[in-house]
Structure formats: C-alpha cells, structure tokens
Design a binder for this molecule. Structure first.
Ligand SMILES: Nc1ncnc2c1ncn2[C@@H]1O[C@H](COP(=O)(O)OP(=O)(O)O)[C@@H](O)[C@H]1O
Ligand SMILES: CC(C)(COP(=O)(O)O)[C@@H](O)C(=O)NCCC(=O)O
Ligand SMILES: [K+]
Length: 239
C-alpha cells in the first residue's frame, strides 16, 4: 500500500468526485463542480494526483490546468487495461472501455470475488456483469435520466414544462409527469429486463452514481449502494 498522499479524482461527464488518500486512509473527500472546479481540497501536501476521466477533452484539460497550478505534483492518468488483479476485460480494445466502469467493477468484484452486477447511474446508466472468476461477461450503456430528458426536449417542439415533478413509476397526467414517469420506467425497466433476461437475480448487485440510491430503492432495495465505488476501485488498483 502506498504510504504517500494521493489525491484520487473520478471525473465523470457531470462532475468530479475526489478523495485524499494517505496510507490507505481517507483524509478528506468531496465533489468538485466543473464550473470553476470549486470544491477541490486546499492542501499543498500531496505527492501525486491520480485521475480517472471519461469526460470530454476540454473538461479534462481545464481540470488538469487547475490541478497543475494548485498542486505542482505529477498527475497520473489511468487507462483501462485488459486485465488487472484477476479482473479480465471482455473488450477486444480494452482501452476503449470507460475507466469509471472498469474501476467500479474492480471496486465491486475484488472484495467479493463473486458473481457481481455493477450499476452506475450517472450521466449515463451503465450495467456490467462480472463472473465470480473475474471475467467481464458484458454490459450496457444507456442514457441516464437527465440525458434522456435533454434528448427529448432538444428534439421536440412541444415537450416543455417547468413543474419540478419527481421521477416515479406511475402514469402521468401532464407533460411533466408523462416525461419524468416515462424516463423513470425506462431506467428501472431496463435494469429489470436485463436482470430477468440474463438470469442475474442471484448475483450480488452493487449500485453507485448520482442516482444509484434512487435506483436501488425503486428496484426493491436489493443489493448494496456504494457511492464511492469508482474511487474504491481506484484505491484497490493503486494498492
Ligand atoms: N439525488 C439524486 N437523485 C437522482 N439523480 C441524481 C441525484 N443526484 C444527482 N443525480 C444525477 O446523477 C448524475 C450525476 O451523477 P454522477 O455519478 O456524479 O455522474 P457522472 O459520473 O456522469 O459525473 C446527474 O445526471 C444527476 O442528474
Ligand atoms: C459509459 C460512460 C459514458 C459512463 O460515463 P458517466 O455516466 O459515468 O459519466 C463512460 O464510461 C464512457 O465514456 N465509456 C466509454 C465507452 C465504453 O465504455 O465502451
Ligand atoms: K455511469
């Protein structure tokens, strides 16, 4: 285990989640918003920044510039490997798999060494299946709830609303309800359909991402919710 102090950053398409790690212990953690990267820790006492990013290059460049000006330490960018610590990638081009998916799988599978299903409900909703022996069996990438709504609004003329309706598995009686309830059904229904079609009921399910808790609750509170799963996987990969 590294005895040095590392700033671990998981840069998704919506926001950056970070943890300050020293000798395997979390010293501090938080979320940094892309606008001005406010929220990053104010400490000069780190040895290295470790970055796992799936964001657009512009956003990565912006973050790296801020990191370079603030910390003056090496920045290590992680890339998805074909195999690490017994976890095996199914992609013919492993580096094309999002590093967040890989680290989330590592964070879920490595401590359990069991058949796991990883659901990351962030900007995109991803589901990945790992066999007990560490083989990635496959996954899916689905637009997340916010992205689905954006697509609907930007490609139609009359799907418009201002009322802040919560996502629910119900039938709607207004544009706002029809959209939000429809998207809720699409998100939850997709996961249920994959679970049933691929006989994944008996696997160990691990949920993460901004909507991970909501998703687990809607599915009947089965499985675990681990908000820091990607960062946990990053820590495991660095150990
Ligand atoms: N409490 C919440 N309930 C449902 N969705 C949420 C909640 N908080 C954030 N989100 C959604 O989660 C997404 C951000 O999650 P995150 O896992 O950080 O995404 P990313 O890894 O893509 O940056 C946003 O699209 C946001 O709409
Ligand atoms: C699927 C993702 C967009 C998820 O990103 P997120 O929702 O966490 O921001 C990301 O893992 C990604 O860009 N992946 C590259 C394509 C792939 O994994 O095959
Ligand atoms: K995701």
């Amino acid at each position: 285990m590294s005895t040095q102090t590392e700033l671990h950053i998981d840069l998704g398409n919506s926001r950056a989640k970070w943890r300050l790690m020293s000798s395997g212990e979390t010293q501090a953690q938080g979320i940094a918003e892309p606008s001005f990267w406010e929220g990053l820790p104010n400490t000069p006492l780190i040895d290295r920044v470790v970055l796992a990013s799936v964001a657009q290059q512009e956003l990565v460049d912006g973050l790296v510039a801020v990191l370079e000006s603030r910390y003056v330490v090496p920045i290590v960018q992680l890339h998805t490997p074909a195999e690490h610590l017994g976890l095996k990638n199914s992609y013919a081009q492993p580096e094309r798999m999002g590093i967040d998916r890989w680290l989330a799988m590592l964070g879920a599978w490595y401590p359990r060494q069991a058949h796991v299903v990883v659901v990351d409900a962030g900007s995109a909703l991803t589901l990945d299946v790992v066999a007990a022996n560490g083989q990635h069996l496959g996954g899916v990438i689905i637009p997340g709830a916010a992205l689905s709504e954006k697509a609907l609004l930007s490609s139609t003329g009359k799907v418009r609303f201002d009322d802040p309706v919560a996502h629910a598995l119900a039938l709607g009686q207004s544009t706002a309800e029809c959209v939000r309830f429809g998207i809720a059904h699409a998100q939850i229904g997709a996961i249920e359909s994959i679970r049933d079609r691929h006989n994944l009921q008996q696997a160990q399910w691990v949920f993460t991402g901004g909507a991970g808790q909501w998703m687990r609750d809607q599915l009947g509170e089965f499985g675990d919710y681990e908000p820091d799963l990607v960062l946990k996987g990053m820590h495991i990969s660095r150990a």
